[in-house]
Design a protein around this ligand. Structure first.
Ligand code: AMP
Length: 119
């Protein structure tokens, strides 16, 4: 699947639509989900044009991968989620339920999150 530069997260990265920013560095932007599914629900995205975790893990340079992984950890730490615990989720493709075709990792926290998947 080729990258669609008109996806909503690309528009956020270009500043064409607003977001509630949680963190930004050279490789990464994090912002609060517009329809939170937990008291804390933050999305972390790489600034580069990657469709999904699959695309990112295959094509991204090591420095971007390292920067992104460190940023996800920092965002969760800064949100105070390490002691209580939290959940990371990256939906990939149709069966994974991915709606926006730009890689994003969800950080959920702020309450007990229950079973990992709907049964
Ligand atoms: P996914 O189903 O993994 O692709 O998740 C996409 C997420 O993006 C959903 O949780 C949406 O609520 C969220 N989302 C969509 N548009 C926006 C936006 N403009 N700002 C923040 N979050 C958004």
């Amino acid at each position: 699947m080729s990258y669609d530069p008109n996806n909503i997260f690309a528009k956020i990265l270009r500043g064409e639509i607003p977001c509630k920013k949680a963190y930004e560095d050279d490789h990464t932007l994090a912002f609060h989900d517009i329809r939170p599914q937990a008291p804390i629900h933050i999305l972390v995205i790489p600034k580069g044009p990657y469709v999904s975790w699959d695309d990112f893990s295959e094509r991204a340079p090591d420095a971007e991968i390292a920067g992104f992984v460190r940023a996800v950890g920092k965002v969760a730490r800064d949100a105070g989620l390490v002691a209580p615990g939290y959940r990371l989720l990256a939906n990939v493709g149709a069966a994974g339920g991915q709606e926006v075709p730009h890689l994003h990792v969800h950080i959920f926290g702020g309450r007990g999150l229950g079973p990992m998947l709907a049964r």
